[in-house]
Design a protein around this ligand. Structure first.
Ligand code: HEM
Ligand code: HEM
Length: 140
């Protein structure tokens, strides 16, 4: 069961790479006026999967740590970055739900959405690096 959290979070990160790439194309189209295709429905669907997986995986990580060792924050920086990450994911989700139906241009909100999700993505990269350390120390 302790492996479930790392596997879920890695899967979410892989999906997020695709979602971020799509979002980057939208950014190029909307702000840089470059010709770029954007798979709107695909981005929304896969974005929801990635973001909700991150949220569920985080809760699972906390639950497993508390359940197994009877304490939180044993993983140090991995725990801290996880606590930093969820507000960005939440903002990305709320703004994503607001943007999901094409209804005129909202470039400011889209930029805010993209920036929040980019921060979440960078933190998820750090979580993978610090998570490998947690696997070595606690799981192997
Ligand atoms: C978005 C990415 C991630 C977030 C937000 C996250 C968050 C967390 C949090 C909050 C905990 C509880 C830590 C504690 O109380 O000390 C935890 C535990 C843990 N994390 Fe992550 N994590 C992420 C990705 C990963 C990845 C990619 C790995 C492995 C490569 C990993 C490995 C672990 C391990 C081994 C634990 C101990 C508990 C368990 O195995 O369920 N995490 N994580
Ligand atoms: C890992 C998760 C996600 C990432 C990395 C991400 C990234 C991005 C980026 C970079 C943009 C371009 C912003 C801009 O043009 O300024 C964008 C646009 C968009 N995103 Fe996401 N996103 C994610 C999740 C979601 C979710 C969960 C939804 C819906 C619930 C969503 C809906 C949209 C929509 C509709 C647009 C186009 C908005 C517009 O141009 O008016 N995204 N996203």
């Amino acid at each position: 069961m302790l492996w479930l959290h790392p596997i879920l979070q890695l899967a979410a990160l892989l999906i997020a790479v695709r979602v971020l790439f799509m979002g980057f194309n939208r950014f190029r189209f909307q702000h840089l006026k470059q010709k770029c295709a954007f798979n709107w429905k695909g981005h929304v669907k896969q974005g929801k999967i990635a973001a909700w997986l991150w949220m569920a995986g985080l809760v699972l990580g906390l639950y497993m740590a508390q359940h197994t060792w009877g304490a939180l924050a044993l993983t140090g920086p991995h725990y801290t970055a996880g606590m930093l990450m969820w507000p960005f994911v939440l903002v990305g989700l709320v703004t994503g739900y607001l943007l999901q139906k094409p209804s005129g241009k909202r470039p400011g909100l889209a930029l805010f959405h993209g920036a929040a999700n980019l921060c979440a993505f960078v933190l998820a990269l750090y979580q993978t690096w610090s998570g490998v350390e947690a696997v070595r120390l606690l799981l192997l």
